[in-house]
Design a protein. Structure first.
Length: 144
């Protein structure tokens, strides 16, 4: 299975797990799949072969740093159900960053965060692309 398809599948399953704590139709996503995928990516980056051949040294370093973050979130846990909501969001964001480095699609990377709802104590999960987030920041700066 290609890394792009595997990453997409893992992200979809992780997204479902984040969106629905009761996600159990196919069972929780096993974190061993993410660990093995990250090992394959690390090996490709180290040998500078395939899609990693043209990757800049800066992007390689950032990708490897992001992998360290993802693997530290996972730790010795076995499934996504073992992670709390914030860890799931951080894992999702980390995997999105890694995929953006691999596919050179930084602006299309999804970023999720919890935001307070005005007039309520509830926090809602909001996901936007990195490009949209950058445009929102620029618009805010321009308005100021």
């Amino acid at each position: 299975m290609s890394i792009r398809i595997f990453t997409f599948t893992a992200l979809v399953l992780l997204g479902l797990a984040v969106a629905s704590p009761a996600f159990s139709a196919t069972g929780p996503l096993k974190l061993d799949a993410i660990r093995s995928q990250q090992s394959e990516i690390r090996a490709g980056v180290a040998t500078r072969t395939g899609i990693y051949k043209q990757m800049s040294d800066r992007d390689r370093d950032l990708l490897l740093r992001e992998q360290v973050g993802v693997l530290s979130i996972i730790g010795d846990k076995q499934t996504v159900d073992d992670l709390n909501a914030q860890q799931r969001i951080a894992l999702f964001n980390g995997l999105e960053k890694i995929e953006a480095f691999i596919n050179s699609t930084e602006d299309e990377r999804m970023i999720c965060e919890y935001r307070a709802t005005i007039g309520s104590n509830r926090r809602t999960r909001v996901c936007i692309t990195a490009g949209e987030q950058r445009k929102q920041r620029e618009n805010t700066r321009n308005q100021i």
